[in-house]
Design a binder for this molecule. Sequence first.
Ligand SMILES: Nc1ncnc2c1ncn2[C@@H]1O[C@H](COP(=O)(O)OP(=O)(O)OP(=O)(O)O)[C@@H](O)[C@H]1O
Ligand SMILES: [Mg+2]
Length: 286
Amino acid sequence: MPDFDRKFAEAEARIAAARAKQRDVPCGLEPLSRVIPDWLDHLKPQVLDEAELQARERSLRLEARRERLMTSPIRESLSSSPETPGSARTVTDEWRILHDRCEHTMALEAVQRWVHKWASVHTASITRPALIIAGPTGIGKTMAAAWAVAEVGARYVRFPELIEDHRAFQRKAGIRELETERHAFNAKFVRPGFVILDELGIEGDRDRDGAKEALAYFVEKRQMWHQRTLVLTNKSNAELLARFESGQYDQRTLDRLRRLLITAVEDDSRIALDLKGDSMRRARST
Ligand SMILES: Nc1ncnc2c1ncn2[C@@H]1O[C@H](COP(=O)(O)OP(=O)(O)OP(=O)(O)O)[C@@H](O)[C@H]1O
Ligand SMILES: [Mg+2]
C-alpha cells in the first residue's frame, strides 16, 4: 500500500474509533424514538369505567360543596349536637349537610324544591325569585339555608347585620366616604346572585326605624328576576302582614315583595310560607 493510502486508512480508523467511543458515552438524553411513544402513551385519554367516573364526580361535588360551606359565615349559625340524647358522640351540622344526612324537614324540602326550580333550565325563567320561610325556632330553617349555600352557593347575612351596614353607609358625611360604603353595601346585598337573609323580625324596639329603612332598601335593590333571595323568619305570615299594615315595615316594600315571592303567586296575602314543627335543637340537647 502506498504510504499515502496507509496514512489515510489509519486516519479513517482513528476517526471511526473515536466515533465509536463517542457513541458509547451516555449523553443523558434518551433518543427521541424511545421517548415519544411514552409521551404519546401519557397523553392518551384515560379510559375510566362507569364506577370510577361516578366516584370522581362524587368527590368533585363534595369538594365544591365543602368549599362553599366552609367559606360562608352561615357556619357560625350551625352547631354540633350529640348524636342521640345523652350520647358522647357528636355530629356536626356541617357533616350532615356535606354527606346528605339531613333529616327531611319541611324547611329543607321547601328550599330544595325552590332551588331546583330555578336551577333547572326548564323552569328557571318562570320561577319567582324570592321565598320567605316562616316558622318557630329550631325547625331547621337555617339548616335548610346552609344546604343551599353548599349546593349552589349564596351570600348569607343576618338581619341585624343588614340594619347595621345600612345605617353605617347612611351615617357617612363625605360624598367619597358614602360612595365607598355604598359600594361595599351593594357588593354584599345588591349584586346579582343568591342572597339569604336570616332572622328577619329579630330586631328590638331600638332598631325599629333602622329595620324599616334597611328592609325597604334591601327589597328595592333586589327586584331583579336574576337576584334570588331567600328570607328566613320566626314571625308568622300573619305577623309579618300586620307589621306592614301597621307601618312598622314599609307598605311599598310589601308591594314590591308580592311581585317577587313564589308564595304569593296565587294568593297575595301569602307572603311567607308558614311551617310548623317542634324544635330539633331542643330534642337533641335534652
Ligand atoms: N334537616 C335537619 N336534619 C338534621 N338536623 C337538623 C335539621 N334541621 C335542623 N336540625 C338540627 O336542629 C338545629 C336547629 O336548626 P336551625 O338552626 O336550622 O333552626 P332554625 O329554624 O333556624 O331556628 P331559629 O329560628 O332559632 O334560628 C340544628 O343545629 C340541627 O342540629
Ligand atoms: Mg335560624
